[in-house]
Ligand binder design. Structure first.
Ligand SMILES: *Cc1c(COP(=O)(O)O)cnc(C)c1O
Length: 363
């Protein structure tokens, strides 16, 4: 088995994989209804929310699209706070559906600053919603969402959050921070294969839903809520992934969220310290370095693409490369979900040997 160290899909525990092989049930029958009910209740515990939580079949990007089309209308002004690839994606989805997007971009590797968000909201009082990424997986940076949400809430705007690679792994209390829509995906910190997106929807987001006129069908929150009340989903769900999630959630609640958050913090510290000990430097501003993914700069002659190739072919360790303009300039180590110390140690041991062979002249 490879040491899959990318920020999703992440490795799954054997119990979760076993659930993927369970026989099908009627997705409109009582057994499925019980699964959906239990999952929703467990998710609310982990999201720390009283809001509705919808479980929809699709990947995280589908959840981001759902967040937009269910709360906005064509022509609505939205403020996009972007610090990387996924922040830009959120803005592009809004643009594709006819929103007027104001881009507030920060240098990749840095977190969003709070004052410019405040200034942009003051300069654009007609903004309807703010789009923000909690944990920017492409750069390994976690935004100070608590401070951002405070500013957004003061302005009375809707706050739509891509929490795909943070929810369930790092601190993210949905109600305490006032997030109107928060989106995550099963293949990230949840230890589950891809196929589900889980989305919380606040009362304020439901008010926006009543007025939202963007075209939608598959992703309609109203249909999903109505079906959920009967223990169903509007369309055939990824039943096997629902089984898997039900098992993973029990494991997560058994470990306990404070322990999970702490484990991710400890492992991220190990990863950061480990690469620094090898003479490498972090791509992310260390004050905001993510506890789910570590982005490492390919400096001192290091060929990032060659490194990931050697790591994969000779050590069976699969690292993430750089995305878009970051290709070859960084590499990324995923440490979210089902991960422990040995997994990180193995990466460091292999890197030590592989780095010089991939051109690295540092250390
Ligand atoms: C993985 C990820 C996405 C995209 O999710 P898909 O499941 O690939 O559609 C979006 N945002 C962030 C922050 C992610 O980590």
């Amino acid at each position: 088995m490879s040491n899959l160290r990318i920020p999703g899909p992440t490795p799954c525990p054997p119990e979760v994989l076993e659930a993927m092989g369970w026989q099908m049930v009627n997705h409109r029958g009582p057994q499925f209804a019980q699964f959906l009910k239990d999952i929703t209740s467990d998710l609310k515990t982990i999201f720390q929310t009283e809001n509705d939580v919808l479980v929809l079949s699709g990947s995280g990007t589908g959840g981001m699209e759902a967040a937009i089309v269910n709360t906005l209308s064509p022509g609505d002004k939205v403020l996009s706070v972007s610090i990387g690839v996924f922040g830009d994606r959120f803005a592009n989805i809004a643009r594709a559906y006819g929103a007027e997007v104001i881009d507030l971009k920060f240098e990749w590797g840095k977190a969003a600053e709070i004052q410019p968000v405040k200034d942009a909201l003051e300069a654009n009082p007609d903004v309807k919603a703010v789009l923000v990424t909690h944990n920017e997986t492409s750069t390994g940076v976690t935004n100070d969402l608590e401070s951002i949400s405070r500013v957004v809430k003061e302005s009375g705007k809707l706050l739509l959050v891509d929490a795909i690679s943070s929810m369930g792994s790092i601190k993210l209390p949905v109600d305490e921070w006032g997030l109107d829509v928060a989106v995550t995906g099963s293949q990230k910190g949840w230890m589950v294969p891809p196929g589900l997106t889980m989305i919380s929807v606040s009362p304020k987001a439901w008010e926006a839903f009543e007025e939202a006129r963007m075209p939608r069908f598959y992703w309609d929150f109203g249909k999903a809520k109505k079906s959920a009340e009967k223990g169903q989903t509007p369309w055939t769900p990824t039943v096997s992934v629902v089984f898997a999630l039900s098992v993973a959630l029990k494991m997560m609640l058994e470990e306990g969220m404070p322990n999970i958050i702490n484990r991710h913090h400890q492992l991220a510290e190990m990863a950061r310290q480990g690469v620094k000990n090898l003479g490498l430097s972090l791509f992310a501003d260390e004050r905001y370095a993510s506890n789910t993914v570590t982005a490492v700069s390919a400096t001192d002659g290091l060929d990032g693409k060659l490194l990931t190739k050697i790591m994969r072919e000779e050590y069976d360790i699969v690292l993430g490369g750089g995305q878009m303009s970051m290709e070859g300039k960084i590499f990324r180590i995923g440490h979210l979900g089902w991960v422990e110390e040995n997994d990180i140690n193995a990466v460091m041991d292999a890197l030590k040997e592989a780095l010089p062979r991939a051109g690295f002249k540092g250390a």
